[in-house]
Design a protein around this ligand. Structure first.
Ligand code: ACM
Length: 723
């Protein structure tokens, strides 16, 4: 292991800190007594007192109580037992012993009616919960509300020196939007049953109520068809859900208050369809399922009656399998190449006065709408289905921008929003959180607003495997769940992050692997020779870096296919680095309008020194670990970031202006350090740019208003532009 000597610059800053502020140690942050629940309930009033949770904790079921309610209760009690280490009373048959007499129970559950056994859109999901020092009473019109109440209780549970308890509280809760979903693409990278099940458990904890399964794609056909078995046999490499598995999944979801909406993407994204039936494509085959990522040409031929025969048979089969009222038909990203190149199709467009390819797409959707209607289903599709000829009653799923949602509602269509909730693109949680389907300054009329049913987070699967998928979905999706459940004015970002850290733990306890996948993945990356200290350094490093955002990974790794192992550095990095965020917050205090905050200066210095130490340790490890070679350029960038930061801090604390040209030199060093490598990047460059600017311009700090000072820094040192 390499030894680490702080550079003279670090010593200088450290002594400056001690001399100026006498600070060497951060005080402990007091524990917050604020709410632990996410999504934030509609009405929540904490009162005094607490309901102790002891081995004598007991439950009484009043009103409607069926197997679904009992199963939900058992899951709650099992979680509480697991967390507290307590054992509650069990029956000889292994279940939890419930109070059936009039004796006082700790938790009383009172459901007025069972509700729909399989949830439906628009069902009453409300509940009330009153916790006093003697009991908790959970009331709900249906079992759906009770299940949500269980999720709230699970998150309210906490402990202090005197033991485990539920805080006394009065909650009156219901969702803002009825459609709160998570779309999982199981086609590009196959995601087996256990991945979906554990994500359903996570969804239930944050009160999401729609699992949208993206089942067919260019890269895979992931559902068994008994009518047309060629579809899954030729389109899946053997990786598909059997119909029995789907029935089990629907039941699993229903037990958790979650609808399952299947998507069969047509007429584009259809390579797997035409792999089985090349004669139904709009250009001659043969076809094979795609292994790469992008938008591809194969598209069904809307002029071919056999296409509708296939769809009628297949969608009829799926309509019988999936109980939900909606079937998603995709409809996105048909690039029109095959249609434009096919003279017969272009003649069809002219003969039927369809105007253009968009008109043909609308014609196709009309036929599909009729097929679905015959099978008792409603149509939902992505943005591109919106057309003056779209059949009324269809739902438009907006993904390309807010204008799609506005336009759809203007034409009278119900919509759901996914634009801004693309969690595969690795943006920070706060960006998703503040993205509101109907923001306060909305231009939608009240009638249009009523047509916005909600939204869905979407995890597209170019870059996720069963091992990493949870880390791309969670915990950020919990913040999207809050956006869709809680009141519009719930927008306190720091409080969201505080609760997100807590709910992230609850999600892990529910079986998700967004945190636990990391240590084995890092051991594999580091190789067998890595020492515990080096592994700790690697952990600190991947905690600090982030995957590149938007669609940049495809540009960084254009050679990747479905077969590329996603076990590299970037697959260990996660969006919205918590240490990166903490560093930015400390820099904001240091570079703010007031004099540099001593504690912030201390934290920033500690971080900068730790980064340098990390780079020294990991350079030694990377020299021995083939898989870590790809980290070298980012380690160099982090060392630069540390050096620039230390210099900036030194200048800032010296209260002396730097030499002419100093800021430009630092900013160009940071530009170099901002470049992504191995599809990962350093989120700390933007705050470091601000720190350098604040140091260079400190003589102006007192002459400018706080807003003008902030703007001045941003003008001098805007965030780095990434390619
Ligand atoms: C999509 O992202 N193509 C719906």
């Amino acid at each position: 292991m390499s030894s680490f000597e702080p550079c003279p610059c670090v010593r200088r800053v450290f002594f400056l800190l001690v001399a100026l502020f006498g600070v060497t140690q951060l005080p402990a942050v007091p524990a917050s007594s604020a709410t632990t629940v996410m999504p934030l309930p509609a009405v929540q009033q904490f009162t005094t007192g607490r309901l102790a949770v002891t081995p004598a904790f007991s439950v009484e079921l009043q009103g409607s109580a069926d197997a679904r309610l009992r199963a939900g209760l058992a899951r709650l009690l099992r979680q509480v037992e697991a967390r507290t280490g307590l054992t509650f009373a069990h029956t000889p048959a292994g279940g939890f012993a419930l109070k059936s007499d009039a004796a006082h129970a700790s938790l009383v559950i009172d459901c007025a009616a069972p509700g729909s056994a399989v949830p439906v859109l628009g069902e009453d999901e409300s509940y009330t919960l009153e916790v006093t020092s003697t009991e908790a009473v959970l009331k709900a019109p249906t079992i759906l509300g009770a299940l949500h109440g269980f999720a709230t209780l699970q998150q309210l549970l906490q402990a202090d020196a005197s033991g485990w308890f539920f805080p006394a509280v009065r909650i009156n809760d219901q969702p803002r939007f009825p459609w709160r979903g998570l779309m999982i693409d199981v086609a590009r990278h196959w995601q087996p049953l256990e991945v979906i099940q554990r994500n359903l458990d996570g969804m239930a904890l944050v009160k999401l109520n729609v699992l949208h399964l993206h089942l067919t794609e260019d890269q895979g056909f992931r559902i068994e068809s008994k009518t047309f078995p060629r579809l899954h046999e030729l389109g899946s490499d053997g990786h598909y859900f059997t119909q029995d598995q789907i029935r089990g999944l629907i039941a699993y979801a229903a037990e958790r208050g979650i609808r399952v909406v299947p998507e069969f993407d047509i007429p584009g994204h259809a390579t797997s369809w035409v792999t089985a039936f090349p004669e139904l494509a709009s250009a001659p085959g043969p076809y094979a399922i795609e292994r790469k990522w992008g938008v591809f040409d194969p598209v069904l031929d809307p002029t071919n009656p056999r296409v509708y025969a296939l769809l009628d048979g297949f969608l009829g089969e799926m309509a019988a399998l999936f109980p939900d009222a909606y079937i998603h038909i995709g409809g996105d990203e048909n690039n029109g190449v095959q249609w434009s190149a096919n003279a017969k199709i272009q003649a069809f467009i002219r003969e039927h006065n369809l105007k253009d390819n968009a008109g043909l797409h609308a014609y196709f959707n009309g036929k599909v709408h009729a097929i679905l209607a015959q099978h008792g289903k409603k149509l939902i599709g992505w943005d591109e289905i919106l057309h003056p000829d779209l059949t009324s009653g269809s739902v438009v799923h907006s993904w390309r921008g807010p204008t799609g949602l506005a336009e759809a509602t203007r034409l009278g269509f119900a919509t759901i929003l996914s634009n801004g909730y693309y969690i595969d693109l690795n943006y920070p949680t706060a960006d998703h959180y503040l993205n509101d389907p109907v923001p306060a300054d909305t231009r939608l009329s009240p009638e249009q607003q009523k047509l916005v049913l909600g939204g869905e987070a979407t995890i597209w699967a170019e870059w996720v495997t069963p091992e990493t998928i949870d880390s791309r979905i969670w915990p950020r999706t919990a913040a999207i769940a809050e956006r869709l459940w809680s009141a519009r004015d719930v927008r306190d970002v720091p409080d969201m992050y505080r609760r997100l850290a807590l709910v992230s733990r609850r999600l892990e306890e529910a079986g998700l692997q967004h945190a636990s996948y990391l240590d084995p993945a890092l051991r594999r990356l580091a190789g067998d020779q890595a020492s515990p200290a080096e592994l700790a350094a690697l952990r600190a490093f991947v905690d600090l870096i982030e995957p590149v955002k938007h669609y940049q990974r495809g540009n960084q790794q254009p050679e990747a296919t479905q077969f590329t192992p996603l076990t590299g550095l970037v697959d260990c990095a996660r969006a919205d680095s918590a240490p990166g965020r903490e560093f930015a917050a400390q820099v904001a205090m240091l570079a703010g309008p007031l004099s540099p905050d001593p504690q912030a200066a201390n934290s920033v210095l500690q971080a900068l020194v730790a980064w340098k130490f990390t780079t020294v340790q990991l350079a030694a490890l990377a020299a021995r670990s083939p898989r870590l070679q790809e980290a070298q350029p980012l380690l160099t960038s982090l060392a630069t970031a540390s050096a620039v930061g230390q210099e900036a801090l030194s200048v800032l604390l010296s209260r002396q202006a730097p030499v002419a040209g100093w800021l430009q030199t630092q900013l160009s060093r940071l530009d170099e350090a901002a470049k992504p490598h191995a599809a990962a990047e350093l989120p700390v460059i933007a705050p470091l740019r601000l720190l350098a600017a604040a140091a260079a311009e400190q003589d102006k700090r007192r002459t400018l208003s706080p807003d003008a000072w902030k703007q001045h820094l941003l003008d001098l040192a805007p965030p780095p532009v990434t390619p």
